[in-house]
Write a protein that binds this ligand. Sequence first.
Ligand code: NAD
Length: 464
Amino acid sequence: MAVYDVVIIGGGPGGYSAAIRARQLGLKTALVEAADLGGVCLNWGCIPTKALLKQAEVYQLLLRADEFGLKVGEPEVDWTAVIGRSRQVAERLSKGVAYLMKKNEVEVFTGRGRLTPSRNVAVADGKGTVVAELEAANVVLATGSRPKSIPGVEFDGEKILSSREAMIAEKRPNSLAIIGAGAIGVEFAYFYRAYGSEVLLLEALPQVLPREDEEIAAGLAASLVRQGIEVATGARVVEVKKQKRQIALRYQVDGEEQSRKVDRVLVATGVQGNIEGLGLEVAGVHVRNGAIEVNGRMETNAKGVYAIGDVAGAPQLAHAAVQEGIAAVEFAAGRQRPELDRRQVPSCTYCQPQVASVGLSEKEAREAGYDVKVGRFPFAASGKGQAIGETEGLVKLVFDAQYGELLGGAILGAEATELVAELGLALRLEATYEELLFTVHAHPTLSEAIMEAAGEAFGEAINL
Ligand code: NAD
């Protein structure tokens, strides 16, 4: 039997990054993957959707060409090419992961991995036949997640879609209802609306992107409405009934029932961890609320078994999975390192305007008992924002009033998902508003809005 220091089950961003880090630490490493390297993120999630969203953004920019003094006529959309480019990007990156595995001498096994009673890892092919058994000092479970639906609404891949089918639709639906206004719901609402579909976005909770700051979410909702998306929050889906060609939808808002017929329904109500068939019972690994239970070192209760990424529960984000995977193998190798601080994991939504945040929202900071100072800076007051025609949104920063330490920040606007990195570093370094102010930000850049928002919190903004 082949013997390894680490066997990783699942080759998504968390799993493959852990494999590379394990090799850097000199560990003999195997990676078991049943489908494509790169997992959902590279093949069916983050990457192909970001390609689609960029394309929608370019299309929208072309429609605004007049504003920039350009006459481009009526731009035409080649839908097959729109979807095709996104698939090409995903394929290229998946091949890139295969190259990285080779370069780093990670042994890749194709098949489904599961823990055996003797705490080895059995690899089975598509028919369930065991094709390899690997002995492992440490096992990292990194099997990710899959879309979950709501009671009474089953995915059928044709009319009732998950994000996976929504990103490869052969034809653009004329009308689309989206259930759930988390990151997936909002991103697809923007994408399909950008190309002209009628979009109804239904969210059960009182705001879109319920985990984001209220003010930022309200700003986003107003923008989505301006774009022509119908947004219904506090919405309860009563019935989703397939008809011959369309889908009849009944839902309630504020106790009032509404109905609508649409071509497609996208269910984006969250994901569930892939915990099945992993041999968790035989290995005695504890599961709680559908997620493998781990401590701050990503250890499960079973000795030498780690779990990372979506299968280990919130925040279920690729960048968190990467850090968790790296942390798991570093701990397995006996290295001293800090545990991952989940409050410092940024959250990003790539619609336009984008939303990104890190740390505490204003409400969370107040609830945590801080005396807070809040600073805001709108992109309409930013020279760069005006120059590039991106004036929507704002930077909102939350500080502890006593010491001026940054507690969190949220951004609505162009390139928010890039800008948030500065706030992540500032949080990590426990920076104060003064340190943000003393950092020279290049002019003109959108990032100046962060410096200005820090100033605004303490009465020192210049351009307001
Ligand atoms: P999510 O949990 O972020 O959002 C699901 C939304 O559906 C929530 O707002 C919830 O209140 C709502 N909801 C649940 N049941 C409902 C119902 N019956 N009717 C109406 N609304 C209902 O999940 P998601 O958007 O499906 O994304 C799945 C995972 O993938 C999440 O962890 C998400 O963060 C991640 N993701 C991240 C990005 C990104 O970072 N840009 C993009 C896509 C997905």
